[in-house]
Design a protein around this ligand. Structure first.
Ligand code: PMP
Length: 388
């Protein structure tokens, strides 16, 4: 076929590969396996959240909302941020309801970053963060965290900062390692951000999934950081509604109009009726609901770690989120991708190749998601235990 200008892809298209996470979900479906690959969290959503959305549809709340979201939801988010995160945000000027945490990062990055800017991410990283930067012609720069604690090496972070660095992306609790950044680590990041005049995007979508009594700290609460932090969170994980595409972000008032503009341009608004569902959940669910997630998921973490250990795959213990990175050198294969497929064939359990979270490396690691319904998790753990 002759080379067609019409069918020529953009320069960045070849850099963006389909996420290994989605690819493994497809393989899993083909094999009829149990999907511990994608972070879809197929647990039941709270009844109040479902009712709120259904009522809103019947009440005719099916048209575009204001571009920053419905006022009562922004007010509820502001109240939650003040009470649970210690962040004071004006719901009229500093909060945007977004199409998931994903839409929040995309719109913020479009509003703030230029092609050729550098943005630092901690590795292993969440692939969408990396690829979002690539999609915007921004250069992502990886600063490795060291296993098994995934500790931050401040000297490596300092060394990665160049005159082109515009921002740092922090994800805490972190997908895929389950690392939760400590106050001391966040203070080091804050000091460097202030010294080099950098923005920080913090993705706190797993803020309610915390184990062993660790504390979640929002970077924006540290002195001098609210003015240079974009705090991103959402409802996908906490309310088990990943398909609803509902999140939110907090940013300095001076940035919200530009970020809101790009969010409007891409999505117009977050889904209207679903915003009412999240609102009802926020207004009616007690604090015990959020605190209860810790106990439930810590039990699931421990069950999954025990099964992986029995299988001879060595898990690093996550302190948050609902993923486990496990050392899987014993599974046959030359790459993590081959190992993930070999494990799926042998056990019927799908995981994500560790290489999806590294620029280079991760070839002996596999990531397992334990955000599953209990019967599915039981089946997966039984199958893994038998792998020994
Ligand atoms: N951030 C992280 C770190 C995630 O793991 C995920 C889901 N895999 C998302 C964001 C996506 O969040 P949302 O559904 O709110 O876009």
């Amino acid at each position: 076929m002759t080379r067609s200008k019409a069918r020529t892809l953009s320069q960045i298209a070849p850099l963006i590969i389909q996420s290994e996470i989605r690819a493994m979900s497809v393989e899993c479906e083909r094999a009829g396996g149990i999907n511990m690959a994608q972070g879809i969290c197929d647990t039941e959503l709270p009844a109040q959240v479902a009712e709120g959305a259904i009522e809103a549809i019947h009440e005719g709340r099916n048209i575009y909302t204001r571009l920053d979201g419905i006022a009562p939801l922004r007010a509820a988010i502001a109240e939650k941020l003040a009470r649970r995160n210690g962040i004071n945000a004006d719901p009229e000027k500093e909060i945007l309801v977004t199409n998931g945490a994903t839409g929040a990062l995309y719109a913020s990055a479009l509003a703030l970053l230029n092609p050729g800017d550098e943005v630092i991410l901690f590795e292993p990283f969440y692939g969408y963060h990396w690829s979002t930067m690539l999609a915007l012609r921004v250069k992502p720069v990886a600063v490795p965290l060291a296993a098994p604690e995934w500790a931050l090496d401040v000297d490596s972070l300092r060394a990665a900062i160049t005159p082109k660095t515009r921002a740092i992306i922090i994800n805490t609790p972190l997908n895929p390692s389950g690392k939760v950044f400590s106050r001391i680590e966040l203070e080091s990041v804050a000091a460097l951000a202030i010294e080099h005049d950098l923005m920080v995007f913090t993705d706190e979508i797993y803020e309610n999934f915390l184990f062993d009594g660790v504390e979640h700290i929002s970077l924006a609460t540290l002195p001098g950081m609210a003015e240079r932090t974009i705090t991103i969170s959402g409802f996908s994980k906490t309310f088990s509604i990943t398909g609803w595409r509902l999140g939110y972000m907090v940013a300095p008032a001076s940035l919200i109009p530009a970020i809101g503009y790009f969010h409007d341009l891409t999505y117009i608004c977050a889904p209207s009726a679903l915003q009412y569902g999240a609102l009802k959940g926020m207004l009616e669910l007690p604090d015990s609901f959020y605190d209860g997630l810790r106990g439930e998921y810590q039990q699931k973490r421990d069950q999954t770690c025990a099964a992986l250990t029995a299988a001879g795959l060595h898990p690093t213990l996550p302190k948050g989120a609902y993923y486990i990175l496990a050392e899987a050198a014993k599974v046959p294969g030359n790459t993590a991708s081959e190992r993930a497929r070999a494990l799926l064939a042998a056990t019927g359990v799908a995981s994500v190749p560790g290489s999806a979270f590294f620029v280079e490396g991760g070839e002996t690691l596999l990531r397992f998601c334990f955000g599953k319904r209990q019967p599915d998790l039981d089946r997966a753990c039984e199958a893994l235990s038998r792998y020994a």
